[in-house]
Design a protein around this ligand. Structure first.
Ligand SMILES: C[S@@+](CC[C@H](N)C(=O)[O-])C[C@H]1O[C@@H](n2cnc3c(N)ncnc32)[C@H](O)[C@@H]1O
Length: 644
């Protein structure tokens, strides 16, 4: 397996073979079988998802895949390929791990200062003009770069001009990052790099959420665009492709830059990231601010006047009057280290220096030959178009970093074709120089490569750092949540405990009351039994009425006299009873008693149960409660014995 040095994914030393080679960063190289396993993953991704990861730098790509495998605890590429095949959702997770979306508002502040100072004033359709301004943020991640340009231009042009003139195209291959960009909402942490005045002016704040100004937002158009395979956006005045090229290998970078050249308007600008360079593309872009990696397109054919100025480099206004001057000049020309050839205005060879004679196997016999008849006209580079251009445009034309194989050696040369004029600015001929840039190029390549590696590693570190920070924050919030839940549980527990205790005490109280009630009930029962016995033992009929004249007590004497049992008259209306007693004749005496007279006696003619007529004496007494209130009437009924 392949393990990045010093990273979290390093295999423990006891498992790692000792003598496996490492790359320039000290990273252990994958063995051929592992490389083949990794290739199979890339093939699978291209076949199943149509995404070509071959354009990415292999070392960092492998590191990202290993990172994902580590998360899943998958040990080999084969195992991971199986996982990718059976879990369609894994692609997105891998994609998210591979694409590093680190970005920020006004990232690298000095670059933005330079854009304001260098680019804005001279941009096609700059602030003083009314033309449209088209900007492309390629690899825009979650949109901060595009919104930064929007703010910069709105500040420069004013809101109204911005709305009518500016279109910002912001593209990325990562749909999730684009969705975030389209939302245009950021946390306070994200907007930390926005100057306070711009934050106040271009964002609406709601708590910790900052939403980018809706009016400006309308001029920013987000879309999915793959720099490897999609056609570029055209007629762009400013193209920002920052910290994105460095993820691609040099072939892919070359393809992308060639497309950028056709995308950017003449005189337009290209801004790259700190670690990204354009060393071998001098024919397309030249530095506008090299330190800040801002480049300007090389003016195309229409800018003829400016080209004329560039061609003025061969005047000999003050030739010293010295006898050996001509000889010395010829010697200097002949002994120059670069291969040099001079042609006349019609393209015939006029001079060949010693280095060129050696390198191209030429001799003085070739003087006067037409250049197109010599092999050097097409090897190592096609010279005729360059010669024609130099003559036509009256300027020096360079073919940079031309690969030149000679026997077993490979060199890189800059071929420089310079037009030569006489004092009257008449074209005399052309000089062709082959300047060896092999060592410079390999140094530049190495430098660029190491810089990009460092930058990539830094980006990864930053992204890992952010991940760690997020995880840490999540952990902290989970701990806080757990603590809160714990406290809530504890207080609920305490409440339950309290309620339990309260219930227990209520229970005890109820038990006591129950006991008391039971005692009272026993007492009442015995009192009742006693009263019952008293009523039953009385020979006279006793009837007790409540205040509503309903029968409460009907003793055995009453049953005996009138024939009805207690259960037949219980709660019956006394004046509705059909018995041998003319109950209505008792109304007055009962009323009197209820009105406060303690006692009334009435004698009425009645008929007993057996049908025997008799004179009945009815005594009515008030039934008085303990508080002296009258609660009913007691009627005592007995046969009146006539005096004999
Ligand atoms: C590190 S970010 C750069 C963001 C921003 N330009 C900046 O400098 O702050 C790199 C971006 O390149 C995008 N990217 C990677 N491969 C791409 C591709 N083939 N086509 C378009 N964008 C790509 C990634 O999704 C990521 O959002």
């Amino acid at each position: 397996m392949y393990f990045p040095c010093g990273s979290r994914w390093r295999r423990p030393p006891d498992v790692e073979p000792r003598n496996r080679p490492t790359d320039c960063c000290g990273t252990r190289m994958a063995n051929p079988a592992e490389q083949a396993g990794f290739d199979r993953i890339l093939e699978h991704l291209q076949r199943s998802r149509g995404f070509d990861f071959n354009a990415y730098k292999r070392a960092s790509l492998m590191r990202r895949v290993l990172k994902r495998m580590h998360t899943l605890d998958v040990k080999t590429f084969e195992e991971y390929l199986d996982h990718l095949e059976v879990r369609p959702d894994e692609f997105l997770l891998l994609f998210n791990t591979i694409l590093i979306n680190v970005t920020s508002f006004f990232r690298d502040a000095e670059v933005w200062d330079s854009l304001r100072a260098t680019v804005l004033p001279s941009m096609n359709g700059g602030p003083s003009r009314s033309d449209r301004i088209r900007v492309w943020s390629a690899g825009c991640a979650s949109g901060q770069e595009a919104y930064s340009v929007a703010m910069m231009l709105a500040e420069e042009l004013g809101m109204d001009a911005f709305r009518t003139r500016v279109k910002i195209y912001a593209t990325d291959v990562d749909e999730e990052a684009l969705a975030e960009a389209r939302r245009a909402t950021y946390s306070s942490k994200h907007v930390a790099d926005v100057p306070p005045a711009l934050l106040e002016k271009y964002f609406d704040r709601n708590g910790d959420v900052y939403t980018f100004n809706r009016d400006l937002r309308r001029s920013v158009i987000f879309g999915r665009h793959d720099l490897i395979q999609d056609a570029p956006i055209s007629h762009v005045d400013l193209l920002l492709c920052r910290n994105t090229l460095m993820y691609f290998n040099s072939e892919a970078q070359a393809r992308i830059i060639a497309r950028f050249y056709y995308s950017v308007n003449p005189g337009g600008f290209l801004a790259l990231g700190r670690a990204e360079m354009l060393v071998s593309y001098a024919s397309m872009f030249q530095p506008a601010d090299l330190k800040r990696r801002i480049f300007k397109t090389v003016p195309k054919l229409s800018a003829r006047d400016r080209l004329m100025l560039l061609a003025q480099s061969h005047r000999e206004d003050h030739v010293p009057q010295y006898p050996d001057y001509g000889k010395l000049r010829d010697l200097a020309f002949d002994s120059a280290a670069d291969e040099q050839i001079v042609l006349d205005a019609t393209g015939h060879v006029m001079a060949i220096n010693a280095a060129a004679r050696r390198r191209f196997d030429l001799s003085s016999a070739d003087i006067g030959t037409r250049i197109q008849d010599l092999e050097l006209s097409y090897r190592p580079a096609e010279l005729r178009p360059a010669i024609d251009r130099a003559r036509e445009e009256r300027r020096e034309v360079s073919l940079t970093s031309v690969r030149w194989e000679h026997g077993n050696t490979v060199r890189f040369v800059d071929v420089i074709v310079s037009p030569l004029y006489d004092d009257d600015r008449q074209l005399l001929g052309t000089r062709i120089r082959f300047v060896d840039v092999t060592s410079v190029r390999s140094l530049q390549d190495e430098l660029r490569h190491s810089k990009q590696e460092v930058e990539t590693a830094y980006e990864e570190l930053q992204s890992t750092n952010e991940e760690l920070e997020t995880t840490n924050e999540e952990l902290q919030s989970t701990v806080e949540e757990l603590e809160t839940t714990n406290e809530e549980l504890q207080s609920t527990n305490e409440e339950l405990e309290t309620m339990n205790e309260e219930l227990q005490s209520t229970n005890e109280e109820l038990q006591t009351m129950n006991e008391e009630l039971r005692n009272r009930s026993t007492e009442l029962n015995s009192t009742n039994a006693f009263l019952e016995a008293v009523f039953t033992s009385l020979r006279s009929a006793v009837v007790v009425l409540d205040c509503e004249m309903r029968v409460q007590v009907w003793n055995a004497g009453a049953t005996n006299l009138w024939g009805l049992r207690p259960d037949e008259v219980r709660r019956a209306y006394f004046f509705g009873l059909d018995i041998g007693l003319p109950v209505n004749q008792l109304q007055q005496s009962i009323k009197d008693v209820l009105n406060g007279h303690a006692y009334r006696e009435t004698s009425v003619a009645a008929t007993s149960r057996t049908g025997k007529p008799f004179q009945c004496r009815v005594s009515a007494s008030a039934l008085t409660a303990l508080d002296a209130a009258i609660t009913g009437v007691i009627l005592l009924m007995e046969e009146q014995v006539r005096p004999s």
